[in-house]
Design a protein around this ligand. Sequence first.
Ligand SMILES: Cc1cc2nc3c(=O)[nH]c(=O)nc-3n(C[C@H](O)[C@H](O)[C@H](O)COP(=O)(O)O)c2cc1C
Length: 228
Amino acid sequence: MELYDAINRRRDTRREFTGQPLDAEVLDRLLSAAHCAPSVGMSQPWDFVLVRDPATLAAFRDHVVRERDVFAATLAGERAETFGRLRIEGIRESGLGIVVGYDPTRGGPNVLGRHAIADAGLYSTVCAIQNLWLAATQEGLGVGWVSFYREDFLRDLVGFPEHVRPVAWLCVGTIGDLPDVPDLERYGWRHRSPLATVLHGERYGAPLLTTEAASAPTDALSASTPTA
Ligand SMILES: Cc1cc2nc3c(=O)[nH]c(=O)nc-3n(C[C@H](O)[C@H](O)[C@H](O)COP(=O)(O)O)c2cc1C
């Protein structure tokens, strides 16, 4: 699969899991892809806890259901109805949870590049997740990112030390076909916005020149800019 194809085909998955066990070599490739991710100062600040114990999966699922109810109670009318149709987890069906943690102490006190932006470590951890997600797409597997949880609960559940921050619970498993359309779009919760709505030229809010003009060398641009 071409990279752009994988990027387009990647889907957040929570309903199509077949329950078939994952091949150990494939799982190894996914985790290796995650561990290859870029990281600030090469700190590699991530940890991956693989959870398969049905009791742990059930405990996390029950917690997520409670959090789902908390969120649902904040919604009114049609919005509440649409949310009620959405599936927000596939914790037990996938059969494997990968809990991704962020360890800010990894790499010591002077992580190159993190002195001014403490969150750069967190960003690195998310890069690892995206690598895993794209690799899973390439392998024909489904990944669902669940964030309906309290961090303290998940930290305790998998035994992370106090300083390790849980960043994601990923439901990973074999699936049928990846859907073409994101679930949230399919069920009318929210649609993707066009790229043009998030592009700015030089300063936030300023219109961007056409892609062709913007990618032209500076001298070519200034040569074609009319002088007053
Ligand atoms: C940080 C993060 C947290 C997410 N948490 C949830 C979640 O708790 N439940 C859920 O249904 N989807 C969750 N998602 C999935 C998004 O809803 C999904 O990525 C989005 O709708 C776009 O669909 P796609 O990933 O299939 O393109 C999460 C995605 C990200 C990146």
